[in-house]
Design a protein around this ligand. Structure first.
Ligand code: SAM
Length: 336
């Protein structure tokens, strides 16, 4: 099968990086200079994630990804991709981000389709530079809430404003969601839910919670508290949680940045109050999207090993796993 049939641009010919003029305007340049100078690793991770979406644009259409990522992160990921192509690597850099984004997109879309109420809320915790409100038409009946730290949401607004002002043609830049509200809050604290409610979030309405690339930045007790708050909503209304979890060994990739992990989120979430939990690993049929054509790629090796195995039997390297988890619950469902 050719690379193009597998959803990859012909691998050895990954497109050259062509940065849009908008990145070189004064406002945008200054904004990204501040990000590099003032933001910590957690905040900057928002731009790295956007860079992944921007460079995998043949599968993810995100009209704002380049702008929100900025030149530094785009250039650095592009360099890695080029190296991977030259070295004939089995996994191309950024593929995890691309698969993760597509998995969240597809699960969000199906959750919204199966939701009985039209007025579903979607809450993105640690929304960062996510532009789903502008790129997913399945959100047309949904009220979207983006929760993140003040610096991140302020910068995102500045950058999006710059994009709007740079053109008279707003067709690609218009919002797809029914409404979008940015909520400044630190989810390590105990007032974020209250802030969400003050901003218009209604606890009794059906809600999809999107926790993409966020839980492992929290401590164990902070992450458990966030998950518990969400799980408690299952007793009130139809509640869906979409989240990615690192296993223990993945947190060692950067032990100063990553903290919370769960090796068995499919056991943890029912204990908190969710009644249906489905766990996928990168490379599984619903988390593949044709982006990992080499059958011997790392993800295929990992997912075929029992999850209790911590090191690869072949070479003794640690099994770094990222679990993609969908959980749900509602008042009329009983726990198994
Ligand atoms: C890896 S980024 C993921 C962003 C987005 N979900 C995505 O997938 O593109 C992590 C985000 O979590 C945010 N974050 C980290 N700690 C947070 C906290 N305590 N409260 C709110 N947001 C937080 C960061 O500012 C950053 O935007």
């Amino acid at each position: 099968m050719s690379d193009q049939e597998n959803g990859l641009p012909e691998v050895r010919k990954w497109p050259e990086l062509k940065l849009p003029d908008l990145l070189f305007t004064d406002t945008v340049r200054q904004a990204h200079a501040r990000i590099e100078k003032e933001w910590d690793a957690q905040q900057r991770s928002a731009c790295q994630t956007a860079a992944g979406r921007a460079l995998w644009k043949h599968v993810i259409h995100d009209p704002f990804a380049e702008l929100l990522a900025g030149e530094t992160y785009l250039t650095s990921l592009h360099e890695k991709i080029k190296k991977d192509c030259t070295n004939n690597a089995r996994e191309i850099s950024g593929v995890i981000l691309a698969v993760r984004t597509l998995w969240f997109d597809s699960k969000l879309e199906s959750a919204l389709h199966s939701s009985s109420g039209r007025d579903t809320q979607v809450v993105l915790l640690g929304a960062g530079m996510d532009a789903r409100a502008y790129r997913l038409s399945c959100l047309k009946e949904s009220h979207v809430f983006e929760v993140d730290l003040p610096e991140v949401l302020q910068m995102k607004t500045t950058l999006l404003q710059a994009a709007m002002e740079s053109t008279n043609d707003h067709r690609h830049l218009t919002m797809k969601a029914k409404s979008l509200t940015r909520v400044v809050a630190d989810i390590r604290g105990n007032d974020w839910l209250e802030k969400l409610q003050t901003s218009g979030f209604v606890p009794e309405k059906n809600t999809v919670w999107v926790l993409e690339g966020i839980l492992y930045y929290l401590s164990h007790s902070q992450a458990m508290q966030v998950l518990k708050i969400i799980a408690d909503k299952c007793t009130l209304t139809q509640t869906v949680l979409l989240a990615d979890f690192m296993n223990k060994s993945s947190t060692t990739l950067s032990s100063s940045v990553f903290h919370f992990y769960s090796d068995w989120p499919d056991h943890l979430l029912p204990s908190l109050g969710f009644s249906n939990v489905k766990l996928s690993q990168i490379g599984d049929p619903d988390a593949h999207f044709g982006l990992m054509p080499d059958p011997l790629n790392l993800f295929n090796k990992l997912r075929t090993l029992p999850r209790s195995i911590q090191t690869h039997p072949d070479d003794g390297t640690p099994c770094h796993r990222l679990y993609l988890v969908q959980a749900s619950g509602s008042p009329n469902q009983t726990l198994p």
